[in-house]
Design a protein around this ligand. Structure first.
Ligand code: CTP
Ligand code: MG
Length: 218
């Protein structure tokens, strides 16, 4: 699979965590190194996208590039470094160091061109989800508009795999979304859902750390 490349995005600032969470050491390595390592084991070739000014260490990746102001901009910078020969690109959040190599292989295997040009891993919802009317204060204080059918919803994770030329086209106009599949969907690309791993949560706030310590710690 010489034509499959991973892009691990690690250029965020960790606002909710309080600092750049991708560099926090859990077990014996920084979070970003766990993520690059799993990606590399599965795919062989990885670009890591780091904050401008923190591009001196590759964390085991083949190529290092500086990120942008948003996650999507960081993915675009990573994509620009992926060789033109790559047929498939897998995008992964550095903040998900618990993704196993098998999950990377599963999303790649789910691609089925020309119909299926993208694949995301996802898990079912445990909670009830409601659509709300946003109030002046934001999320809270407004009315419930509807209760959604949980069976029709999933929580989407990374890794996410795409035909390289489709992902490049999806990112061509710029654009900003919380995942890459959204940009591919927006240009009409069909994205398949595969079983994710409930343990593959994203390190978001400091309260999440003990969970990661327990899974990756010595
Ligand atoms: N990311 C990135 N470039 C950005 C923003 C985010 O490469 N400009 C990366 C993060 O490093 C992370 C992944 O995208 O691995 C998912 O983003 P998120 O969990 O939101 O991380 P942060 O943006 O760093 O955190 P916060 O939103 O709390 O600031
Ligand atoms: Mg963010």
């Amino acid at each position: 699979v010489d034509d499959v490349w991973g892009v691990v995005v690690a250029a965020g600032s960790g606002t909710r965590f309080g600092r750049a969470k991708q560099f926090v050491v859990v077990g014996d390595k920084p979070v970003v190194e766990w993520s690059v390592s799993a990606c590399r084991e599965a795919l062989g070739h990885v670009v890591v996208v780091l904050p401008p000014g923190a591009t001196d260490c590759a964390f085991g990746a083949d190529l290092v590039v500086a990120g942008g102001a948003t996650r999507s901009a960081s993915v675009r910078n990573g994509l620009d470094a992926v060789p033109p020969s790559a047929r498939v690109v897998v995008v992964h959040d550095a903040a998900r160091p618990l993704a196993r190599p098998d999950l990377f292989r599963d999303v790649v295997d789910a691609l089925h061109p020309p119909e299926i040009v993208g694949a995301v891993c996802a898990v079912p919802l445990a909670d009830t989800v409601k659509r709300i009317e946003r109030s002046e204060a934001g999320t809270f204080g407004g009315r419930v508009v509807a209760t959604l059918d949980r069976e029709e919803l999933v929580i989407v994770q990374t890794p996410q795999a795409f035909l390289a030329h489709v992902l490049r086209r999806a990112h061509q106009q710029g654009g900003d979304a919380t995942d890459d599949a959204a940009l591919v969907e927006a240009i009409g690309g069909v994205v398949r859902v595969v079983a994710g791993d409930p343990r593959n949560v994203k390190l978001t706030g400091p309260e999440d750390l003990p969970y990661f310590e327990q899974r990756l710690g010595s």
